[in-house]
Structures are given as C-alpha cells and as structure tokens.
Write a protein that binds this ligand. Structure first.
Ligand SMILES: [Zn+2]
Length: 485
C-alpha cells in the first residue's frame, strides 16, 4: 500500500508559520486602520468674552506680588479685586475662609445637589533677584503689550481664575445657566503644598464646600506641538506621588592628603552612581493606555501601526516612550538627585555627606517597594536612606461613567472640529486637586490655555505671559464645561 504523502514535519511547521504570520499581519493591518471614536458633545455655544476686562483685571491681579502672600497681608488685595470686578456685578456669593481662601458660588445650576468646583490659586512662585533683569517687562508690573499680559502668575494660575470668572460672565450675558451649581475655590498656597489652603478648607469648612460632583484644577495645558497639525487636549486624571528621600553617609573626618576608601563623600558618590543607573519598571496604567489609543489615530504610519498593536509591539512602544523624559515619566516611577551637601573646606574630608533625591511615584506604586529597589541598587549598608517628605498617594479619577463621559462631551462641544485630540493622562506634577481626590471626589486637571514648549517653559521661569487670545479661548472652554459637564 502506498502511503499518502503528507508534508514533512518541517514543511508543516512552515505552512503553520505562514498562516500565523498572515493572520497576525491581517490583525495588525485591521487594528492599524481602525479609528477611535471621537467623543461627541452637544452643540457648541456662542459666548462673547470680554477680552478687555479679562486683560485689565489680570494685569491688576499680577501687580500684587503674592509670592509670599500668606501671613504678610492682613487682607490679601485680590479678595477685593475679584469681588469688586466679578463677584458683585455677577451676583456671585462670596466668602473668605481663614482670611485668605476665597470661595465664590454661582448657585444657578439646573442640578443643585452636588456643585462643580473649579479650583485655582492666588499665590505665585517667587522671582529670584538675579533673574529679574532677564525679564522683558518686570514680573510684577502686569504690562499688557503685543497681545499678551506679562508677569508672574499670568499662566500659573491667576489667568485661570480670570478665565473662569469671564466664563461665568459670558454665560450670564448669553442668558445661559450652568448644568450644575458652580463653586470657585481660590487657594492661597498651592505652590507651597496647599496645607493652609485647600487642605484646611476641606478640614474646617467642609460644610461650605459640600460634596462636589467633580473638581477641575490646573495641571495640564492644551499642547499645539505634540501631534502634527493637531492640538492635544490632555486631561490629567491622576497625579504622581511626591516623595523626597535623603541618602546620608557618616564616617570620620580626615586630612585630604591621605584619602581613605570609607570617606563619606566617596561612599556617597559611589552610591549615587549606582542610583543613577537604576531604572524603575514600566507600569502602563489604564489612562496611559487610552492616551496611546487616542494618539495612535493621528500618528505617522509606522508609529500608528506600533501604537495600535501594542499587544505585539509593546517593547518597541515602551522604548519609544522611555526615550523622552516627559513620556518616560508617564510610564514609570522616577527619581532625581536634587541637592548635594558635604564639606566646608577643600583640604578636609568631611565626616558627613548627604544627598536629597526627589521621587515621583505613579498611582498604585508602593513606596516601600520603591525604597527597597533603591536600597538594593545602592547595595551599601553605610548609606542610610530615609524619607524626609511624603505628600501621599491620591487615586485616579474615573475615565468611564457619567462624570467622565459628560466631561468628554463638554470638551468635544468646546472643540467641535477634528483638530483637537482629547485624551486622559497622568501628570508628573503635584496639584491641589489631590486633596479632593483623596476624599473620593472625581478630580481632573486641565487648564485650557494652548501652549507650545516655549510658552510652557516660561511657567515658573522668565517672561511668563499669557496671550489675550488664550485668555479668551480658556474662558470659552470653561463656559462649555460649566454649561454641559
Ligand atoms: Zn499652579
């Protein structure tokens, strides 16, 4: 009997592989060209923003140097400014909590039970004396020139407060009500950690604030330079945990002419070298996954294929993200050496050397595990690792369910074209919103100024400024959020 010829085992494996490759290619191709559905929103609303008033009041607000505000002013001047120029003419209820926190309320919502709370802060970071002369216009003069309001705080965060108030004014002028009652909380110490502002307001004045339905704070900007021909609208749904540790080595002081292996600065330097090599593992959180999905639709062909098929190209995508500091910070815990101190004389080996390292942990990362990893990398019992500051973890806000879908819809109606890509992110920065997030209130961070790298670089830097165009645009976006969220 003649045996039927079947392929040799090798041939069968070959056919199997070919079928597998063809199937994979088909899946990759289909996934590459499947588009994400852009969120839909109600019709955009027509509002007229009073650009002149916005720039005029912001200019005056900037002239108050609030870089050391708490404890210095018996009655901070912005309280009167904002109340006289906005709260009173717009009929907003206003309360001053603990002498420094301004709480404004517009109880005109269609829904009354839980208000929407917009958060901003009145303090600013200082301007160093040797930096002042680098400014085109003095940082606290509030100069309006070339289409911009110039000065410290114009973006971070006084401009946000003004845009929010202009949004209320514009809705009122258009005869429109907000979807929910609106609260504006203007805190006095965001740049110094928020303990005397938002934290205290929640502890002592919880009855005045109630239980907000959602909170919107600063924490990310629209970016015109991230996706070619598109504007990225990144809504931060969570933030990293801010922790500072110290690395200390204590040894014996000695003469620098007779170096010893166990000299404190030497031991610390070697430890820091090892720490510099340490890379924390990648954690792709759900918002980051959604962010990449949304980004993929607008990426060039090859990146699009990789981003749409992370099940296959995961390692490649991770290394793409790891290449840039901003995206690297989205996918892993990080540590940065910030302060080094040792020694008082060039011919004395000091007994003590200390380094300060700032950590930023992704939501869900455990501090004890990160510390263990750091101690493991240093691998030297002579180096004492201690936590000196821990701002604590805060949970991620929902990216599904009513609060999120209404937020996306409101943004989609503010940005009705195809030009904006709305996506959730985790911000590496720290915001006051974390105090609300910890109380279980959905907290989002987005300030609708559209900035490129140059403009973003001025925040906390030289020549901070906001364009009047941006003030108007932010007010328009806030108006949509108040109306529809
Ligand atoms: Zn700020």
């Amino acid at each position: 009997m003649k045996r039927r010829r079947r392929g040799t085992p090798l041939r069968r494996i070959g056919i199997g592989l070919a079928v597998l490759v063809a199937t994979l290619s088909l899946v990759v191709a289909v996934r590459t060209f499947l588009g994400e559905d852009r969120p839909h929103g109600p019709a955009a609303i027509e509002v007229r923003i009073d650009r002149d008033r916005a720039s005029e009041v912001l200019s005056e607000y900037v002239r108050w140097d609030s870089s050391g505000a708490i404890g210095r002013d018996p009655r901070p001047p912005h309280l009167d400014l904002l109340v006289e120029r906005y709260a009173e003419p717009l009929g907003l209820e206003h309360r001053v909590l603990d002498g420094t926190i301004l709480l404004l309320s517009w109880p005109a919502g269609e829904v009354h039970d839980h208000p929407l709370l917009l958060l901003s802060h009145s303090d600013v970071v200082p301007v160093a004396d040797d930096e002042r002369e680098s400014w085109t216009h003095p940082p606290f003069d509030g100069v309006v020139a070339d289409g911009y309001v110039w000065g410290r705080g114009t973006i971070d965060d006084k401009g946000a407060t003004i845009a929010q108030l202009e949004a209320i004014a514009a809705l009122q002028a258009a005869g429109l009500r907000p979807h929910r009652d609106v609260l504006l909380l203007i805190s006095p110490d965001e740049e110094r950690g928020g303990r005397q502002g938002v934290a205290r307001a929640l502890e002592r004045h919880g009855d005045q604030i109630g239980e907000p339905w959602a909170v919107l704070d600063e924490g990310s900007f629209a970016a015109s330079d991230f996706i070619p021909n598109r504007t990225l609208v990144p809504v931060a749904v969570g933030e990293k945990r801010y922790v500072t540790i110290s690395l200390t080595v204590v040894g014996e002081a000695g003469h620098s002419s007779m170096p010893r292996d166990n000299a404190a600065p030497r031991v610390l330097s070697i430890a820091l070298g090892r720490l510099g090599e340490l890379e924390h593992p990648v954690h792709m959180l759900e918002p980051t996954d959604v962010f990449l999905d949304r980004l993929a639709d607008h990426a060039p062909a090859l990146s699009r294929m990789a981003l749409k098929n992370r099940w296959l190209f995961g390692p490649m995508v991770r290394s793409m993200l790891a290449d840039r500091p901003a995206s690297n910070a989205m996918i892993r815990d990080t540590h940065s050496l910030t302060i080094l101190s040792a020694g008082i004389s060039d011919n004395v080996v000091p007994a003590r050397a200390r380094a300060t390292v700032n950590l930023r942990l992704l939501p869900g990362s455990r501090l004890d595990e990160v510390l263990e990893r750091i101690r493991g990398a240093i691998d030297d019992p002579r180096v004492t690792v201690e936590v000196v500051q821990d701002e604590g973890a805060s949970p991620i806000a929902p990216i599904e369910g009513e609060v999120w879908t209404r937020l996306e819809a409101a943004l989609a109606s503010a940005y009705p074209g195809e030009d904006q890509v709305i996506a959730p992110i985790i911000t590496p920065g720290t915001t006051d919103a974390r105090y609300f997030a910890r109380r279980g209130i959905p907290s989002y961070r987005y300030l609708p100024f559209e900035l490129d790298a140059n403009e973003r670089g001025r925040v906390h830097g030289v020549d901070e400024r906001v364009s009047i165009q941006n003030l108007e645009e932010a007010a328009r976006v806030y108006a949509h959020l108040l109306r529809y969220w």
